[in-house]
Design a protein around this ligand. Sequence first.
Ligand code: CDP
Ligand code: CDP
Length: 223
Amino acid sequence: MRKITVAIDGPAGAGKSSAAKIAAKRLHYLYIDTGAMYRAFTWALLERQLSIADEEKVAALVETVSIRLEAGEERCRVFVDAREVTKEIRSYDVSAHVSTVAALAVVRRKLVQLQREMAAGGGVILDGRDIGTVVLPQADLKLYLTASVASRARRRWLEVQAAGGTETLADIAANIAARDKLDSEREISPLRRADDAVLLDNSELTLDETADMICRLIEARAR
Ligand code: CDP
Ligand code: CDP
């Protein structure tokens, strides 16, 4: 069966990364977590204590910093220059700033270019916000994965609990709602369903059911 290019977009906590990761493993595809790239760049800015409003410094950093993804057991492993930041990029601080950083044109231009290079060989599943609309408008299969804010916040809260974190369900729901708003209303590449994307609401589905559905769609399109 030929290997295709798959774009999965949708809001935070919809299950994109977890489901994409399972599908990629099962079908032997390369999984590319584009959100992790925006998180990594945000981490780099915060670590250097640069202001997000300082356009020149942000532009200089985006040109010089290296952001790299490597396949990992669970999520993608993420590196900023030589440093692994796989855990650090999931911090509350990064989550609180990433959507503001991701709205900057210079940042998107550079990361989109990198994403296209990584996807060039095919046999890839990319997940993000603008993959089907901007990064890979010619993708063979586009999915728009979503779920209610309540179920998405609960999923993230369970993850935080399991990791021993202290954020409350209300904090997490507020962060998710704020990012939904910033991501959907920004001027450049807002989060929206591409006209030709298959809509999947998985509020009532388990992760396995979601991943199964995605695998079936990929296999059907690849035939
Ligand atoms: O995993 P989670 O849904 O929390 O978010 P993510 O996929 O790690 O993405 C973090 C943030 O990066 C999003 O809220 C967007 O602001 C931004 N992002 C983007 O603008 N475009 C993408 N292709 C992927 C992420
Ligand atoms: O990448 P995205 O932000 O869309 O979501 P994720 O990080 O893959 O998923 C957030 C959490 O929801 C993970 O802990 C998944 O295991 C969980 N999940 C779930 O409980 N049920 C689903 N149908 C999909 C995801």
